[in-house]
Design a protein around this ligand. Structure first.
Ligand code: GTP
Length: 416
């Protein structure tokens, strides 16, 4: 078993002490808060779905900005690119003194071609390239300010067919679920009736379960307060969110100005929970679970990617399984894992360092050789010159003529 391989160090018993007076670390949450506020927050979301499903509109609706200007479409006959593109837009937005650097990564072209077999590929590549960029920074010797361009959430737009998921949806979700927090939404939900939405959601969830696809769900922690549990359950009950987007105001029947879509028979309100799930989606994404999304990306999705990558590179890791039954064993294993992780990082850093040193040494050696060669050349030239001058001196002294051979006049500057 793994037990015998574990270090024998006992876990020190923790003593509970009551403080005599105020020490001050209870101010830690405020310190963390102030530092985070000063630095600002960073969030990167990706939107994926066929053209015209309302991606740009929904993003504008979510963040109450015209992040996306109306798109220009090529005139008929002019071809668009042949593959899925990756484009990103960033904006610094501020609310009550809190800054958020929001980046939205768009994937135009997804599912828009005759052959969409590999539509997911450029997206996976892009997500992995972002992981790689982060890993590369982690391995640097100077790792003060890491730039985090990893995708924290991927909003996947499902076409409101009312049937079930299409093969392209399943393929995409299957390929992506271990790399990114997936948030599936039913696009343009105002085109379906309430009953249609209910049964469509059920079929989509059944498809997702059938294919073993993991989508992001608010985690349920132990000791959570009643209110949070309730809140999470409400969010969970709406997945996949049936959304309606609109960045224009319309007049509701009772005269209120609302964000919504006006139809001959009435107005669908974006911010009305009895009309669609937009409010719940926004609550999860922006108001209650943004930090969870970032954490899950870092602690689980990125960590798995990193482990796989390092393992593929030959840096193997302790494969031990956590023993849930015994906290001491679990703790020891966690420590071993942590130490292995540190050791792994150290090895990586050493490798990078060694490589740098070697490069430097090589360069130095090269310039040393160059210097030496130049020195030798100069010395030889000088010696030759000296010999020639000696020769000339002897001739002058013996009274012989000065032009023994062609060209030498010019060379020694003794001609006219
Ligand atoms: P691409 O830029 O081509 O990828 O499209 P997109 O997915 O960004 O769609 P966009 O937001 O540009 O919306 C396309 C059209 O759908 C526009 O005419 C929108 O007004 C309309 N639209 C957007 N959201 C909704 C919605 O929730 N319901 C309905 N009925 N129409 C919507």
């Amino acid at each position: 078993t793994t037990m015998s391989a574990l270090p024998a160090t006992p876990t020190p018993a923790v003593q509970r002490k009551v403080l005599q007076s105020w020490v001050g670390f209870s101010n830690l949450p405020n310190q963390v808060h102030r530092r985070s506020v000063r630095r600002g927050f960073q969030f990167t979301a990706m939107v994926v779905g066929e053209s015209g499903l309302g991606k740009s509109t929904l993003i504008n609706t979510l963040f109450e900005t015209k992040l996306y200007a109306p798109k220009e479409y090529p005139p008929p006959g002019v071809e668009r690119g042949k593959t899925v593109q990756i484009e990103s837009i960033s904006a610094d937005i501020e609310e009550n003194g809190v800054r958020l650097k929001l980046t939205i990564v768009d994937t135009p072209g997804f599912g828009d071609y005759v052959n969409n077999d590999e539509s997911w590929k450029p997206i996976v590549d892009n997500i992995e390239a972002r992981f790689d960029a982060y890993l590369e920074q982690e391995n640097r010797v100077n790792r003060k300010q890491l730039i985090d361009n990893r995708i924290h959430a991927c909003i996947y737009f499902i076409q409101p067919t009312g049937h079930s998921l299409k093969p392209i949806d399943i393929e995409f979700l299957r390929r992506l679920h271990t790399k990114v927090n997936l948030i599936p939404v039913i696009a343009k939900a105002d085109t379906l009736t309430d009953e249609e939405i209910t049964s469509f959601k059920q079929r989509v969830l059944a498809d997702i379960a059938h294919h073993g696809i993991r989508i992001f769900q608010p985690p349920q922690y132990e000791n959570e307060d009643e209110e949070t549990i309730q809140e999470n359950e409400e969010i969970l009950s709406k997945v996949p969110f049936a959304v309606v987007g609109s960045d224009t105001l319309v007049r509701a029947a009772d005269g209120r100005q609302v964000r919504g879509r006006a139809y001959p028979w009435g107005v669908i309100e974006v911010d009305n929970e009895s009309h669609c799930d937009f409010v719940k989606l926004r609550q999860m994404l922006v108001r209650t679970h943004m930090e969870e999304l970032r954490e899950h990306t870092n602690d689980v999705l990125y960590e798995d990617y990193r482990t796989d990558k390092l393992r593929a590179m030959g840096v193997s890791q302790d494969e031990s399984v956590f023993k849930e039954t015994n906290p001491a064993i679990k703790q020891a294993e966690e420590r071993t894992l942590h130490e292995a992780k540190l050791a792994k990082m150290e090895t990586e850093m050493k490798m990078v360092f060694q490589q740098k040193v070697q490069e430097k040494e090589h360069k130095l050696k090269q310039s040393e050789e160059e210097l030496y060669a130049r020195h030798r050349e100069m010395k030889e030239a000088l010696e030759k010159q000296k010999l020639e001058l000696d020769d000339k001196k002897r001739r002058v002294e013996s009274g012989r003529p000065l032009t023994p051979e062609k060209g030498s006049k010019k060379r020694f500057g003794l001609g006219k």
